[in-house]
Design a protein around this ligand. Structure first.
Ligand SMILES: Cc1cc2nc3c(=O)[nH]c(=O)nc-3n(C[C@H](O)[C@H](O)[C@H](O)COP(=O)(O)OP(=O)(O)OC[C@H]3O[C@@H](n4cnc5c(N)ncnc54)[C@H](O)[C@@H]3O)c2cc1C
Length: 529
């Protein structure tokens, strides 16, 4: 248990303190006329604040990765996102050789595909914001949310990020943020470590049958090996966007169940406006930001929630100073999400605005009905944004040359049911076109969002404005499927030896909880197989 002390300071004092001391938690209190900053500061045993430059990284036990080149014990991992990579590193600690299959490319090649996508030069369905080394976590916002002790040792996840190059702040800040400019380097170092110690990673290898992958690994086992003939355990860490892989699992008889999820749009305001609303600045501050204040307290964020007709409507993954990004992985669909670089300094503030959807809201009893619903809406968004250019997408090599332009509407126009004649500037690089989201979003979602924006405006007058734009659709905020598992062994309830984990298994949401889930799956294998 670390010692901490709390302070209430002016923005300038808090800024100066954060240059000197180790800050665990910082929140801006805008309830009074003058902003105050609540700081929780790390202290030593005598109660004195710990200096920022004091080297504390030695305080944790560095991971002891073992050489597994000749290891008898092996495990297959499908997916190299946070769950898969942290599982692999944990297996190394226990002397087990991880064999990783990842459908996407290694991170630097993936970066190029993402650059093409952002320039609207086509989508590679196997290498994009969802698929590739590091998974959805690599080019994400990099907020490391959860420090919940319930699921296990979250601090250990932070230590491992730190070990591979994340800033010291991840060790002590309650709301640490890595930033998508830093994450690729960290992911690359994790890969190098796995390979150096004898793990194997196969990129651009999409697993299309569990049975086949198991068989091929059994065949690979050398004559005379103890492992021969024994099926290897499989850690299934596929994330929530691999709809084809869920369908393969269903076809191979792996138990699946429908799970609640959320869908909606991404909303974007000028960051200056959000700063004004959240920090209660004078109206003139919108056009003339008090740059000193923002330098002291950073760009403002928000977290909003309301209930409309029995369903939660809430902001999700808010990115101050961020960008909206094209986060789809298939042709004929339009999906958006948000991210930010470590400095969080773009002039835009975006956030998912989503409506909770329960399995019983969708007809039928197919466990994959949530996926169908997501896909239908993503296709509709694509269709709506391609009204101006309805030609079917062509392929050029691996890339699908479909435009990633997204449908958008000014926020007030959306709420009041009007077409937007034009749109405000937006961070979404492939571009946006005016569209009647108020008309084509399913009323279950659209009507609730309209009321949700009115509710948020009551809390922060000025939030509902035509200076804000909503972009469609934010459909992949959480998994619509669960792969049920035995709570004790963490194996699939009907497929022994299969360890579903991370976001795609429906047991985690976000980078840190997925990473921890991967660690837990690997620990089970270490204790059993
Ligand atoms: C733009 C964006 C911003 C985000 N921002 C944040 C944030 O700030 N903070 C946060 O905590 N979370 C954020 N998230 C969510 C976070 O990235 C995910 O929760 C997390 O990455 C899930 O980890 P995972 O390992 O379970 O799955 P994923 O990261 O999705 O990784 C799964 C991997 O499996 C691979 N795969 C799938 N099927 C197969 C197959 N059949 N064969 C081989 N490989 C396969 C995929 O290519 C992928 O690389 C964001 C997500 C996005 C898209």
């Amino acid at each position: 248990m670390e010692n901490t002390k709390q302070y209430i300071l002016s923005p300038k004092e808090a800024y100066e303190a954060s240059q000197r001391w180790r800050i665990v938690k910082r929140s801006v209190d805008a309830r009074q006329r003058e902003l105050k900053v609540h700081l929780t500061v790390l202290t030593d045993e005598e109660g004195n604040p710990v200096a920022k430059d004091e080297v504390r990284s030695t305080k944790y036990e560095p991971p002891a990765y073992r050489d597994v080149h000749e290891a008898e014990r092996k495990a297959i991992i499908i997916g190299a996102g946070p769950a898969g990579l942290f599982a692999a590193l944990t297996l190394l600690e226990h002397g087990i050789k991880p064999i990783i299959y990842e459908r996407g490319k290694e991170v630097s090649a993936r970066k190029k595909d993402i650059a093409l996508l952002n320039r609207n030069e086509g989508l590679n369905p196997e290498s994009n914001y969802c698929f590739g080394e590091g998974g959805a976590g690599t080019f994400s916002d990099g907020k490391l949310f959860s420090r919940s002790k319930k699921r296990g040792n979250m601090q250990r996840v932070m230590e491992i990020f730190h070990y591979f190059g994340a800033a010291d702040t991840v060790l002590y800040e309650a709301h640490a943020h890595i930033g998508s400019d830093k994450l690729p380097g960290i992911i690359k170092r994790m890969r190098e470590c796995i390979l150096e110690h004898g793990g194997e990673i196969y990129f651009e290898t999409c697993i299309t049958s569990l049975k086949d992958v198991r068989r091929s690994e059994v065949r690979c086992t050398k004559e005379g090996d103890k492992g021969q003939g024994k099926e290897l355990p499989i850690i299934l860490a596929i994330g929530h966007s691999a709809h084809d892989t869920y369908r393969m699992l269903a076809a191979e008889g792996v138990a699946l169940e429908a799970k609640g999820f959320a869908m909606g749009v991404r909303a974007e305001h000028p960051q200056a406006l959000i700063n004004k609303l959240m920090y209660h600045l004078k109206p003139s501050a919108v056009s003339r930001q008090p740059s000193e204040l923002i330098q002291y307290v950073g760009n403002a964020s928000y977290s909003l929630v309301t209930q409309v007709d029995g369903r939660g409507v809430y902001s999700f993954c808010m990115c101050p100073g961020g960008h909206i990004v094209p986060a789809g992985s298939s042709a004929d669909s339009c999906v958006v999400n948000g991210m930010s670089a470590s400095h969080r300094n773009s002039p835009y503030a975006n956030s998912g605005m989503v409506v909770q959807i329960n399995p019983e809201d969708l007809p039928g009893d197919d466990p994959l009905r949530g996926l169908e619903y997501q896909e239908a809406l993503e296709r509709e968004a694509f269709k709506q944004s391609h009204n101006l250019s309805p030609a079917l997408p062509e392929r050029e090599g691996q890339r699908i040359m479909a435009s990633a332009v997204a449908p958008a509407q000014r926020m007030r126009d959306f709420v009041e049911g009007r077409a937007s004649k034009n749109l405000p500037p937006c961070s979404y690089l492939p571009g946006i076109i005016p569209s009647r989201l108020d008309l084509w979003l399913p009323p279950f979602i659209g009507k609730r969002l309209q009321q949700g924006f009115r509710d948020f405006d009551k809390k922060y007058p000025g939030f509902l404005t035509n200076d804000a734009v909503i972009v469609g659709v934010e459909s992949r905020s959480s998994s619509a499927v669960r792969i049920p598992r035995d709570p004790e062994t963490l194996e699939s309830i009907n497929t022994p030896g299969l360890y579903p984990c991370g976001e795609g298994a429906g047991y985690a949401g976000g980078i840190t909880s997925s990473a921890l889930d991967g660690i837990n799956a690997a620990l089970k294998i270490a204790g059993k197989h």
